[in-house]
Each structure stands twice: as structure tokens, then as C-alpha cells.
Design a protein around this ligand. Structure first.
Ligand SMILES: Cc1ncc(COP(=O)(O)O)c(C=O)c1O
Length: 340
């Protein structure tokens, strides 16, 4: 039995989700004729109390579309140095939008309002790129699934409003933050100009992300999605998985969080572990003592024991708990970690 902890994206649809997919009513979504996609978009918009939503094949495409919508070529966005939009979207910020990133040296992927304020280029100083957008990520991926304090997000919103900047949330794992912080989605809907949420991570769908925002923005997003090649035809089969997941897979994220915390506390007790980062949701980031083993040797050793994890650079290792990570697998991983 292989145990895959490299990401929460490795899940396969449950039998119940597959049933919902097989029985979906579908149509051509490029003509907006797919009832299941339309229902999913309406459901997501209502959850966030925002005007509209649009279904996309990936979280990269929702983020890239949002950046395109909020910026013009030559402008600059502000994000943390750990941001997914900067580190892991293939340079899409410059490729798609001709935009640069001003990186902020935040804490576990999270910035303060003061840091954001200081990162804004004076708008009348035409030698610098014009700052037009702030992107934040919740939970932070490279920051170990950390959840933002709502007050910090409100303070950054104020900076955005004062300085005429758009405010985008990369909420690939926002569901985890909602469950961990016991927040309702509408709290986030009130704050941001656009929100990207993924269905294909903790919620266990095979494919799919949504961009949520006001009607004007989402109408424009339809064109960008088409340009990027993200217009899908009978996508209702995938949307049905999304509807199922929104109804059935949000609350259970606390199980993933519980298991991640147990992994973190087991690791913290091991003499071969140098450091474990605080674990708030489903991502565990830790380092191995160099005197004991290299990070790659640890990955190899775990691989031999049928457990897969991933390196995040700088000696950091990552394990992510998810829907397909069972109790039985969890006991096995804890047993192996203790046996090393
Ligand atoms: C924080 C964050 N944003 C965006 C994405 C991109 O999502 P996708 O893999 O669907 O393109 C990911 C993927 O892991 C992510 O972790």
C-alpha cells in the first residue's frame, strides 16, 4: 500500500462523488449551456455573497486571470516572497500580464499592512512600475498551511482602498482556513475584489477551480478564460464533483487537520528532526538535522517504506494530509516515523 503525502491534489473521486459526476446533466459550457456548471457557479457566488463565479480548469488559471483583470502590462503587484503566483505559476505573471512582483519578506507567507504600504511605489514617480494589485494566499502553501488573522487582512484591505489597489485572494486552500478559523466564506467575500478557490485540493475533486467576484469582473473573466484556452465544453461532469464536494467535503477537513497536527507532534519528538513549523491545517513542514541525514536521503528512506513526501527547497520537507489518507495509513506513517 503506497501512502502519498506529497500534496492534497493526489486524491481520486470517492464512489459518491463519481455517482454525482455520472448522473450530471451537461451541456456546452462555452455557450453557458451547461446546467451543472451554472449551478456550481451560482452556488459558489452565493457562499461568498459575491455577485458571480466562473468555473476554471485550474487554480493557476484563476489566479492568472485575476492578475490579468486587475493589472495592465508594465505594472506591479505586491505579494509575499512565498506566494504561489510568484514561485509556482511558471512565470505566468510576466508571461500573461507583463507584470512584475514586488516581494515582501513576510512571516510564513503572510505580510503586514505596514509592509504592504511600504512596498507601494509612489504613483506619480513614473520611473517605477505602477503598483496596482495586492495578492495574498490563504492558507499559505509554502508557509506550511498557515492561516491569516482576519484583522491583518482587513488592515491590508484598508491600504488597498487608500491607494486604489485591487485585492486578490489566492484561496486554493481557503476551505482549510475557513474550517480552522471557524469563519464563513462571506467574511472573505466582503474583503476581496476577487477570490480564487480550488476544488481539486482538500475537497477531493479531480479538476476545477472557481474565480469569484462582482458581475462586471466575472463577465470580463469569461473572455480571459477563453483566451487562455480554459473554456470547456461538457464540463458539468466536473462541476457535479464540485457541487458534491462543497456539500460534503468541507467539514471533514478538520480530520485532515487533526492528522497533520499528530504528524507534526510525532516529528517534533524525534531526535533526527531539527524543526517542525507550526501546523494549523493540513500541511506539515519540517527539517531534518544535517548531522543525521540529508533531506533527500530522508525522502528516499521514506520512499523505501512506501511513503511519499516532497522537498520544498532550503532543506524543508512537506507532508500534506488529505481525503485519501486513511486512519490506517496514518498509523503506519506514525509507526515508521518513530522507527527511524
Ligand atoms: C496556493 C496555491 N495557489 C494556486 C495553486 C494552483 O492550483 P492548480 O494546481 O490547480 O493550478 C496551488 C496548487 O498547488 C496552490 O497551492
Amino acid at each position: 500500500m503506497g501512502i502519498n503525502l506529497i500534496s492534497d491534489t493526489v486524491t481520486k473521486p470517492t464512489p459518491e462523488m463519481l455517482k454525482a459526476m455520472f448522473s450530471a446533466e451537461v451541456g456546452d459550457d462555452v455557450f453557458k449551456h451547461d446546467p451543472s456548471v451554472n449551478a456550481l457557479e451560482e452556488k459558489a457566488a452565493a457562499m461568498f455573497k459575491m455577485e458571480a463565479a466562473l468555473f476554471f480548469p485550474s487554480g493557476t488559471m484563476t489566479n492568472q486571470t485575476a492578475i490579468k483583470l486587475h493589472t495592465q502590462a508594465g505594472e506591479q503587484l505586491i505579494c509575499d516572497k512565498y506566494a504561489h503566483v510568484y514561485n509556482y505559476e511558471g512565470g505566468g505573471v510576466s508571461f500573461n500580464s507583463g507584470v512584475s512582483c514586488k516581494l515582501v519578506d513576510g512571516e510564513r507567507g503572510m505580510m503586514t499592512a505596514l509592509q504592504v504600504k511600504k512596498a507601494i511605489n509612489p504613483p506619480d514617480f513614473y520611473h517605477s512600475p505602477l503598483t496596482s494589485l495586492v495578492c495574498i494566499e490563504n492558507t499559505t502553501n509554502k508557509g506550511g498551511g498557515a492561516c491569516w488573522d482576519l484583522n491583518d487582512l482587513v488592515e491590508i484591505k484598508e491600504v488597498c482602498t487608500e491607494n486604489n489597489l485591487s485585492y486578490h485572494l489566492d484561496g486554493a486552500r481557503l476551505w482549510n482556513a475557513l474550517v480552522a478559523g471557524n469563519h464563513s466564506p462571506e467574511v472573505f467575500g466582503e474583503l476581496f475584489d476577487s477570490i480564487s478557490v480550488c476544488l481539486s485540493k482538500g475537497l477531493g475533486c479531480p479538476v476545477g477551480s472557481l474565480l469569484v467576484g462582482d458581475r462586471v469582473l466575472i463577465d470580463k473573466a469569461l473572455r480571459i478564460r477563453k483566451v487562455l484556452g480554459g473554456g470547456m465544453r461538457q464540463a458539468g461532469y466536473l462541476a457535479a464533483a464540485g457541487i458534491y464536494a462543497l456539500d460534503n467535503h468541507i467539514d471533514r477537513l478538520k480530520e485532515d487537520h487533526g492528522k497533520a497536527k499528530e504528524l507534526a507532534s510525532t516529528l517534533a519528538d524525534m531526535s533526527y528532526v531539527k524543526k517542525v513549523e507550526p501546523t494549523e491545517t493540513n500541511i506539515v513542514i519540517f527539517e531534518i538535522r544535517e548531522s543525521e541525514m540529508t533531506d533527500t536521503a530522508f525522502i528516499e528512506l521514506m520512499g523505501k517504506k512506501n511513503i511519499q513526501l516532497i522537498g520544498m527547497g532550503d532543506g524543508k520537507l512537506r507532508m500534506v494530509t488529505h481525503l485519501d489518507y486513511t486512519e490506517q495509513m496514518h498509523y503506519e506513517v506514525i509507526r515508521v516515523l518513530k522507527s527511524i
